[in-house]
Design a binder for this molecule. Structure first.
Ligand code: GLU
Length: 446
């Protein structure tokens, strides 16, 4: 395992204010998520010696689209919603990335997530750029009809800015396959004509019966498991028998937990918005997934004991897997954590202060752009299947996903060995090296 003193760390790079952030007039608040994300990227650009012009292009998104749209609520009144679509970069291919429905959606956060998508797609070498969207909405307060109308109005508000070969949304926090189906239907109905059916490629993560790919639902969790299986033995942790704690038990972590369990791992603590549970003999993730689906969360699961938040974080495990929202690992929680590895199933799960503490404690961090790239990778397979009107078997999807994840993990390790940096910086460098090569041959017009 690497230690903070041996290697240059992304937290160190974070500590300094990169001159390009001043040149572009970025916010100076050290806890700003966009600043945090850009500084890691610029640190990796410096390691590679990427030209200034490529750095300034990547430090800001190409397009920031903000929309406001009214939706008729069930009681007859109209409510105005705010939506975003950030298109970060399309040097490698169409903008790609999910859209989320959440009350805390803010511009800087969506910008960070769009930048991370550019890095993720480049790292796994799929021919997409990066984008991200969102609507500021609390879906728990909506009826199904209201949710459908918000989705359709969001789609129509951004329909002129997206397209099957231009910008391709997908699910993210608070959105799912049903929402993608309403989104695709709205886009296709708004573009009626001979090519309407090709519009199905405008969004991925659709239900299997409507152009979705087998294996897409579990893809992000499967990717987390594939990366861990590839990297943990090198860190001295066999997957068979390893212990894990899961922060979040939604789509990503419920699948990661179940798949890791099949590989012989033991989950000993789980937390979500309903509560904290622990069982040192192991929590059956299959039974927990059924319980969470029936009750809306992990609280009250018969196969574990309730515990406090502090107990959850202090549970000694080999691997801690944050798979909930961004910025949840505050300095206090980082102090509590007792793990050898943190595998970032969620994007940017720790605050800059939390990250610094984990690095100082010698926790090996497998960064999100590697650990959670499985979702967008299978989105790419879905898009390819829609484009060529073929259907891949579940085995083919799993095989190809595994190949992409294993190669991305090896690429990251290669850059770490070459640049003697931490895994986060190495993953960014492996992504940026590819983007830099493309800018070199394409040049910049005019
Ligand atoms: N929202 C997922 C992510 O952050 C998936 C994006 C996609 O499939 O395009 O990677």
């Amino acid at each position: 395992m690497s230690t903070a003193t041996e290697n240059q760390s992304s937290a160190e790079l974070n500590g300094k204010h990169h001159p390009i952030c001043d040149e572009l007039g970025f916010p100076t608040d050290p806890d700003n998520l966009y600043l945090q994300t850009v500084e890691v990227m610029l640190g990796a650009c410096d390691l590679l010696g990427l030209q200034h012009r490529v750095q300034i292009i990547l430090a800001q998104p190409k397009n920031e689209i903000m929309v406001h749209f009214p939706v008729r609520m069930d009681d007859g009144h109209h409510k105005l919603f705010k939506g975003y679509r950030i298109q970060h970069n399309n040097a490698l291919g169409p903008y790609k990335g999910g859209f989320r429905f959440h009350p805390d959606v803010h511009l800087d956060d969506v910008k960070s997530l769009a930048l991370l998508m550019t890095m993720k797609c480049a790292l796994v070498r799929i021919p997409f750029g990066g984008g991200k969207g969102g609507v500021k909405v609390n879906t728990r307060e909506l009826s199904e009809g209201e949710l459908q109308r918000v989705t359709r109005r969001y789609c129509s508000a951004i329909a002129n800015e997206i397209g099957p070969d231009y910008d391709i949304p997908a699910p993210d926090v608070g959105t799912n396959a049903q929402i993608m189906a309403w989104f695709a239907d709205t886009y296709m109905m708004s573009n009626e004509g001979k090519d309407a059916n090709d519009g199905i490629r405008v969004v991925t993560g659709k239900p299997v019966e409507f152009g979705g790919s087998l294996g897409r639902e579990k893809a992000t969790g499967q990717g987390v498991a594939d990366v861990l299986a590839e990297m943990l033995p090198g860190i001295g942790i066999p997957v068979q028998g390893m212990t894990a704690s899961l922060l979040g038990f939604g789509n990503v972590n419920s699948w990661a937990g179940r798949i890791l369990q099949d590989m012989g791992a033991k989950t000993t603590a789980v937390a979500d918005h309903t509560g904290f549970i622990r069982n040192e003999n192991g929590i059956d993730c299959n039974a927990l997934a059924k319980h969470a689906e029936a009750t809306g969360g992990v609280k009250g699961f018969a196969g574990a004991d309730d515990c406090t938040e502090e107990d959850f974080y202090r549970t000694k495990v080999d691997v801690f897997i944050p798979g909930a929202l961004e910025q949840m690992i505050t300095p206090q929680r980082a102090e509590w954590l007792d793990c050898k590895v943190m595998a970032e199933a969620a994007n940017a799960p720790s605050t800059p202060g939390g990250d610094r503490i984990l690095v100082a404690k010698g926790v090996e961090i497998i960064p999100a752009i590697l650990a959670n790239a499985g979702g967008v990778t299978v989105s790419y397979f879905e898009w390819l299947q829609n484009k060529s009107s073929v259907v891949w078997s579940a085995e083919q999807v799993d095989r190809e996903l595994n190949r992409h994840m294993v190669l991305a993990a090896r690429r990251t390790l290669k850059f770490r060995n070459e640049y003697k940096c931490d895994l986060r910086t190495a993953a960014f460098a492996a992504a940026l090296d590819h983007i830099g090569d493309v800018y070199k041959v394409r040049g910049i017009f005019p």
